[in-house]
Design a protein around this ligand. Structure first.
Ligand code: SAH
Ligand code: SF4
Ligand code: F3S
Length: 469
């Protein structure tokens, strides 16, 4: 393979999809590929796709139209451009992609990333190919570790995949089909990766997985380790100051992990805990394996362990059979929990999932109207939470220059973007900031002190919401 070919990778999906794109770029870097941000300069274009909702899946076909024209333009100059489709659409649709988009040279699913250099060489030699087998070997062991230079370029916060796949089979969801069965990486390979990241300046690590709290990877002692134990170990890596994990399923939120929120000071007081619906009837139809009462009691135990905890969630509106009463139960759950933010989606029937075949599919107009009402309720909760931050002092991890000169932007423990006047030397560091103003998308603050950290205390308004007062 000739030296220094140019690679363009575009992610369309979740944090794990973004992480996979980085690891593919790392692996290809050791085979002479240099990343470019301009698709028109690339010799290899990888579209890393998402299949979660119809809109996400369709995006790839419009992008393929654009890159096909780039490929044709390059061919006029006698330059060969390879187009590869990776990710969950690749896994779900395989051959169909090549039928719909003949310009594609290679289609490969998430379980083939470590074989990418070999697959590319084969596609170049033998023509179009599709690889969607589930791997039998340890993919992560074969992916190249990130180089120090690449890691430094990525800043103070990083994601690390610790678990992949899902065995839960919620009836709306494609993930068990596109990512396969649950699999946990061994502790030592995760810690080695975090050590590399920390040496390159990373201060905050988010452990990610489709069902991250089902983590049960092999520990150095040969036995399975829980996520709580892994978090504790990650927290002693020199340089790591903050830990998060996402996404969790309520069913796997055990006592040990709840206690970690009380006992691990580096574990940030923010948890993404998708509930999907507030109605027991819909939760059962979704095969979620938790009821509304289970969820509320879990929230109570979490807040008891960590009074400063803020919760975010995911919701689906218009699942088959959802009545106005079911939807009202979702709205009331939002108010009862007092989320600091949430994502909400219209139900999208996905081919091959049980939900797509269920009777009682809901009209698009009804879904849109419910989504609007739910988003209003969520926005109110989020605004109340943000208002409760006014006047408080938070540790902020500064990530990059802010909108105006002399300003930096970073994240609070609750993941809110915070803008403050601060010297550029603080990028990559944590400093205490007192919140002076609440904007629509970020908080504004003034540097309180460099050095001793601010204690995170529970905002007053959350206390009221949480106790139902
Ligand atoms: N593993 C995570 C979620 C993965 S998908 C979990 O278990 O929570 C992220 C979110 O997309 C889900 O929480 C759900 O709210 C939404 N989602 C998944 N499938 C969907 C579908 N068919 N239609 C609409 N939203 C969907
Ligand atoms: Fe999908 Fe449910 Fe698994 Fe989450 S837990 S990835 S929603 S099947
Ligand atoms: Fe999408 Fe696959 Fe992630 S379907 S949400 S890219 S696991």
């Amino acid at each position: 393979m000739s030296q220094s070919r140019k690679l363009y990778v575009k992610s369309f999906g979740c944090q794990m999809n973004v992480y996979d794109s980085r690891r593919m770029a790392d692996t290809l870097a050791s085979h002479g590929y240099v990343e470019t941000a301009a698709a028109e300069d690339a010799d290899l274009i990888i579209l890393n796709t998402c299949h979660i909702r119809e809109k996400a899946a369709e995006k790839v076909y419009s992008e393929l139209g654009r890159v096909r024209r780039l490929k044709q333009a390059a061919a006029v100059e006698n330059r060969r451009v390879l187009i590869a489709v990776a990710g969950c659409v690749a896994q779900a649709e395989g051959e169909e992609i090549i039928r719909r988009a003949p310009a594609v040279d290679l289609v490969f699913g998430p379980q083939s990333y470590h074989r990418l250099p070999m697959l590319l060489a084969r596609a170049e030699r033998d023509g179009r190919a599709v690889y969607t087998d589930f791997a039998t070997e340890d993919k992560f062991a074969h992916l190249a570790p990130p180089s120090a230079a690449a890691t430094r370029a990525r800043g103070a916060c990083a994601f690390v995949t610790v678990q992949e796949g899902c065995d839960k089979f919620c009836t709306f969801c494609v993930v068990p089909y596109t990512r396969g069965a649950e699999l946990s990486r061994p502790v030592q390979s995760i810690i080695a990766e975090i050590e590399l990241l920390a040496e390159a300046g990373v201060r905050e690590v988010t452990l990610i997985g489709q069902n991250v709290n089902a983590y049960h990877g092999m520990g150095p002692d040969g036995g399975p380790w829980s996520l709580a134990r892994l978090l504790e170990r990650a927290g002693v890596v020199p340089g790591i100051e903050r830990l998060r994990y996402t996404t969790s399923h309520p069913h796997d939120m055990d006592d040990e992990l709840i206690a970690a929120h009380r006992d691990l000071p580096k574990l940030m007081p923010q948890l993404h805990l998708p509930v999907q619906s507030g109605s027991d009837r819909i939760l059962a139809a979704m095969n979620r394996s938790h009821t509304r009462a289970d969820y509320l009691s879990l929230v109570e135990r979490l807040r008891h362990a960590c009074p400063a905890l803020a919760l975010t969630s995911d919701f689906i509106v218009g699942f088959p059979g959802e009545s106005e009463d079911d939807f009202a139960a979702t709205l009331s759950l939002v108010a009862e929990v007092g989320f600091s933010g949430a994502f909400s989606f219209k139900y999208s029937p996905r081919p091959g999932t049980p939900g797509a075949e269920m009777p009682g599919q809901i009209d698009e107009a009804v879904k849109s109207e419910r989504l609007q009402r739910l988003q209003r309720a969520i926005d109110e909760c989020q605004a109340a939470f943000n208002r409760s931050c006014l006047g408080r002092t938070f540790d902020v991890l500064f990530e990059r220059p802010g909108r105006h000169s002399g300003q930096l932007v970073g994240r609070s423990p609750y993941l809110q973007p915070v803008q403050a006047t601060a010297p550029a030397s603080l990028i990559g560091d944590i400093a205490a900031v007192t919140i002076t103003e609440i904007g629509s998308n970020s908080l504004f603050g003034a540097l309180a002190a460099v050095g001793p950290r601010a204690a995170v205390t529970r905002p007053a308004e959350t206390v009221l919401v949480a106790t139902g007062a």
